[in-house]
Design a protein. Structure first.
Length: 72
């Protein structure tokens, strides 16, 4: 069963990383907000899928640079 994205980034994204602050931290909440932005059930379900496609590569990254690339 698909897992929803966590409501916020974990603390390791906020630890003195300027790129995380400038690219990743603002992008993640926008992904979550966009997923919740429609009341039509079918469209909303599709947006949740799209949000997971963008959100999980940020969270489960092979490197911080990969997360930055997805966030951009």
């Amino acid at each position: 069963m698909p897992q929803p994205l966590p409501p916020k980034l974990s603390e390791h994204f906020n630890i003195s990383n300027k790129n995380a602050e400038s690219e990743i931290c603002p992008a993640y909440p926008r992904i979550l907000l966009e997923a919740h932005s429609n009341t039509n059930h079918e469209i909303r379900a599709q947006k949740f899928i799209h949000a997971r496609v963008l959100g999980y590569p940020i969270l489960e990254r092979p490197s911080m640079r990969a997360s930055e690339f997805v966030a951009k």
